[in-house]
Every structure is written in structure tokens, then in C-alpha cells.
Design a protein around this ligand. Structure first.
Ligand SMILES: *Cc1c(COP(=O)(O)O)cnc(C)c1O
Length: 399
């Protein structure tokens, strides 16, 4: 029996086909939108699409996207993957195929702001009811499940406070109620956590972040069981139309080759930077899953093989004064949104705006968020620069 290749090898070779003398070692992106075909080869309707159909039109399938999807499925230990033009397209595509009028969604109270906004603004119009829960507390999730709950969607670690959710515990609860679990694992990356192995039905990624790693391509993916993803491909991708550009897929595949190396360095830099922030007198709190002070440090160690490079911190003084100083005078670090690229990024996320416009939390859940975030967090995506230079830059603006 041949041993299955290690993660590092799959990040570079996963999904490669047979090799022939004279083949390019690095396959070029296939940019063609259409393919020579034959009246007997494929039906014209996506509903007739067969798994082994030849390429026909790039909105249906494309060799470069196929390679990316196979490699993602291997890295996550899933049967199949479907790529999308962005992480939002992947997640909203999944919601739109799994949820119909009359169904119920359970959503984690802290997650990517765009996902929370989509759920609040769009799903009720489609007749889907929603419960918002603190997914880090399985008792709250259990209490929210109903006979018509079809999907539970969580994000772990959750942006921007790095709160964790116990995937195995929530998978068991969801399945017990006849629902499915989808996990946004963008921040953990497949280096840190494989949600499918813990019982999740779908793992979602914004490929824009660590998987691409260089901040030069948008992309998204859902990974899971083949039969369910075939339906996702037809409904959300072929009909929804948010197809990933093959050129972006090429850039993402190139980035993924160094994912294991990059994640090691992101984690090492994050450990040093989090320790610096924790010891700084101007800082009142640091959120990073690798810290002993993280409120779920045990779960972090159980569920994450790599703690990733995203953290947030809260300051004692006026955060808006510091935010302006950062934007005006950081050198190595860029004051900018997004995460997961080679360059260190920092951005202030005010609590009032986020709770009001994105999460729509009041009362006790809002107070629970404030315990992590105060009036706002500085979210830092630690890059791959020298950690001395990163710390020098932050030390200067923190004073
Ligand atoms: C960025 C991000 C998304 C959305 O991805 P896009 O590629 O920007 O559409 C979703 N979830 C998380 C956790 C993200 O960080």
C-alpha cells in the first residue's frame, strides 16, 4: 500500500495528472472560455451535467479550476470542492442552494461581517428564518435548533475577536437535529484545522486570504461530499455565475505551494507580536488563539495544529487617535483591510458600528462581544517581514 503524500507534498502536487515527457512541469492557466465539443458529448442544460463530461464552457468547468478544486479537496480531506469568484460567492452560493423558504439557519453571532449582513438583509426576504447564537457555547446552539433548521454556519477562529467554536461538538448537535454544519475555516486554513474530519459537512474558504497568500487574487471555495457539491456546482456556480477566473486560480495555486512554509512563519511572527502587545502598557487585551491567555486555549490546542497569523488587540487610550497615527506613520505595516498575505496589515474595527450594522447584536450578546473588543479592536494580520521590523513599527506608533 502506498502511503498518502504529506500535506506539504499535496500543497505542491495534489491533483496533478499523469506526467508525460515534454509536458510542462508548471501547467499554464487555461484561459479559454469554450472547448471543441460534439453533439454526443454533453447536453446543453446544466441539469444534465455528468461528472465525467468533457470541458464545454468555463462557467461549467475548466482544467485550471479543476486542478485547484482537486488540490483543495485533498488539503481538506474532502471528496470534492467547488471554486467561486470570491469567498462571499462561495458562502452565499452554499446558503442559496441549501436554504429554501420555510427553512431555518443558525448563524454564529461573530463571523465575517459580509456574511452576517447577507444573512440579515437577504435571507428573510427569501423566507428563511435565522437565529443568531454564541456558537462557542454548545448549550446556546442546542437551544436554537428547530425541526426546520437546515444549516448551522460557524466561523472558527471568528474574525475579528478570534473566538473559537468546538467544531466536533456543534457537528454532533446539528446532525442530531437533522441539520448540516458549514464551517468558515478561512483564518485557520487547512494547515490549522480540517473541519470535515471533525464532522462538518462543508468547509468554506476565502481563497483571497492565506491560500492565495499574496493579496493579488480574489477567490472562494466550498469543500465537502461529492453528491452535495454536484448540486452546489449546478445551482450556485453554473446558474449563479460567480465563476473564479482561471488566471486567479493559477495565482492561487502558485500561492498554495508555499502555504505550509508561510503558515509556519505567520504563526512564529504572530507568537512574537502577540507577546509584544501583551507586555505593552498601552494595550489592555490581545486576542490570538496561540496565547496561553486566550479564554479557549485548551480548545485551540485540541482543534488547531497551527494558530495562524491573525490577532486583534484593544488599547487603553482613544483608539481613533491611534488609528489615525497608524494610517499616517506606519512604515513596514500597511493600514489596510483584509488578511493572510505576505505583508503585515492592521485596521481598526469599531465595536458600535460592527454591532449595529453588521452583527445587529444588543443586550447580553453585545456585552459579550465588548468583553473581547472594548470600543474596538485593532486587527493585525501578521505578515512574513522580519518580526523585529514589525515590532519596531508598532512600538513607534504605540509610544
Ligand atoms: C475575507 C473573508 C470572507 C469573504 O471572502 P472574499 O474573498 O473577500 O469574498 C469570508 N470569511 C472570512 C473569514 C474572511 O476573512
Amino acid at each position: 500500500m502506498t502511503k498518502s503524500p504529506s500535506f506539504e507534498t499535496m500543497a505542491i502536487h495534489g491533483g496533478e495528472g499523469e506526467r508525460h515527457i515534454g509536458d510542462p512541469v508548471t501547467p499554464a492557466p487555461v484561459l479559454s472560455t469554450t472547448y471543441f465539443t460534439h453533439p454526443d458529448a454533453v447536453g446543453f442544460s446544466a441539469t444534465d451535467l455528468k461528472a465525467d463530461a468533457p470541458h464545454f464552457y468555463t462557467r461549467w468547468s475548466n482544467p485550471t479550476l479543476d486542478l485547484l478544486e482537486q488540490r483543495l479537496a485533498l488539503l481538506e480531506g474532502g471528496e470534492a470542492a467547488v471554486s467561486f469568484a470570491s469567498g462571499m460567492a462561495a458562502i452565499t452560493g452554499l446558503f442559496s442552494t441549501r436554504l429554501s423558504a420555510g427553512d431555518h439557519l443558525v448563524l454564529a453571532d461573530v463571523c465575517y461581517a459580509g456574511v452576517a449582513e447577507y444573512v440579515h438583509h437577504h435571507l428573510p426576504r427569501q423566507g428563511v428564518s435565522v437565529s443568531i447564537v454564541d456558537a462557542s457555547n454548545p448549550v446556546e446552539v442546542a437551544a436554537a435548533l428547530r425541526p426546520n433548521t437546515r444549516l448551522v454556519h460557524i466561523e472558527t477562529p471568528a474574525n475579528p475577536i478570534l473566538k473559537l467554536t468546538d467544531i466536533a461538538a456543534i457537528a454532533e448537535l446539528a446532525h442530531g437535529a437533522g441539520a448540516e454544519l458549514s464551517v468558515d475555516s478561512t483564518i485557520a486554513t487547512p494547515m490549522g484545522t480540517n473541519p470535515l474530519a471533525l464532522g462538518a459537512d462543508y468547509v468554506c474558504h476565502s481563497l483571497t486570504k492565506y491560500l492565495c497568500g499574496h493579496g493579488d487574487a480574489l477567490g472562494g471555495a466550498v469543500i465537502g461530499a461529492r453528491a452535495r457539491l454536484d448540486a452546489l456546482r449546478k445551482e450556485a456556480l453554473i446558474h449563479g455565475g460567480a465563476v473564479l477566473s482561471p488566471f486567479s486560480a493559477y495565482l492561487i495555486l502558485r500561492g498554495m505551494e508555499t502555504l505550509p512554509l508561510r503558515m509556519e512563519k505567520h504563526q512564529a511572527n504572530a507568537a512574537a507580536l502577540a507577546a509584544f502587545f501583551e507586555s505593552h502598557p498601552a494595550v489592555s487585551r490581545v486576542n490570538w488563539p496561540g496565547l496561553a491567555s486566550h479564554p479557549q486555549a485548551d480548545l485551540a490546542r485540541r482543534q488547531m495544529r497551527n494558530f495562524s497569523g491573525l490577532m486583534s488587540f484593544v488599547v487603553k487610550g482613544d483608539p481613533l487617535v491611534l488609528a489615525r497615527r497608524m494610517a499616517d506613520s506606519l512604515h513596514t505595516v500597511s493600514y489596510a483591510v483584509s488578511l493572510g498575505k505576505t505583508k503585515t496589515l492592521a485596521f481598526f474595527i469599531g465595536t458600535d458600528d460592527l454591532l449595529r450594522s453588521s452583527y445587529r447584536l444588543t443586550g447580553r450578546p453585545a456585552e459579550a462581544y465588548r468583553a473581547y473588543a472594548g470600543d474596538g479592536v485593532f486587527r493585525v494580520s501578521v505578515g512574513l517581514e522580519s518580526i523585529e521590523d514589525i515590532i519596531t513599527d508598532f512600538a513607534r506608533v504605540l509610544g
